[in-house]
Design a protein around this ligand. Structure first.
Ligand SMILES: Nc1nc2c(ncn2[C@@H]2O[C@H](COP(=O)(O)OP(=O)(O)O)[C@@H](O)[C@H]2O)c(=O)[nH]1
Ligand SMILES: [Mg+2]
Length: 151
């Protein structure tokens, strides 16, 4: 089954996003390995930050259906190398996380993410506030061909 592979820096909010997509309430534990859950693959932040893991990411991408690139709205730096999305044979979607954060700057996050994701829609979300989650879930299920009563 094609899944949505979620990538992004350590602490970007990937696991919290996954939990919000599945309406979980537990706080996110640190992700130590690839975590498969239904139609999502959560990845450790190190996989996006350390080129040593890129081959692993790529191998996982080959069994995925959508690439979800996460950028923390409160982060002042890029989370990915320039043009990163183009290295994957997948349809990419951008997600800005932590839109609720006191230090969030959504416009800055979009500009940063665009350096690595020249094309593809960008969704603005907050796992904490529940913002943008339903829209993102609907889009991912549609792209994965899993439409139906998803929520
Ligand atoms: N303010 C705020 N903090 C968040 C949000 N999502 C995650 N965080 C915090 O960011 C930190 C890292 O979250 P986590 O989901 O583990 O990130 P991951 O390393 O990308 O999986 C945790 O302290 C979360 O509580 C959010 O929507 N808003
Ligand atoms: Mg995680």
């Amino acid at each position: 089954m094609g899944r949505a592979m979620i990538i992004g820096a350590v602490g970007a909010g990937k696991t919290s996003l996954v939990q919000a997509l599945f309406a979980d309430r537990q706080p996110a534990r640190k992700t130590q390995a690839l975590e498969y859950r239904d139609w999502v693959i959560d990845t450790p932040g190190e996989y996006s930050e350390n080129p040593m893991y890129y081959r692993s990411l790529m191998a996982t991408a080959l069994e995925s259906g959508v690439l979800v690139m996460v950028q923390d709205a409160a982060r002042e730096r890029n989370s990915f190398p320039p043009g990163f999305a183009q290295g994957f044979p997948l349809r990419p979607i951008g997600v800005i996380t932590k839109a609720d954060h006191p230090k969030a700057n959504v416009e800055r996050a979009k500009l940063l993410l665009r350096e690595s994701l020249p094309e593809g829609d960008i969704f603005v979300t907050s796992a904490l506030a529940g913002e943008g989650i339903d829209e993102l879930r609907a889009r991912l299920l549609q792209d994965l061909g899993l439409t139906g009563d998803a929520d």
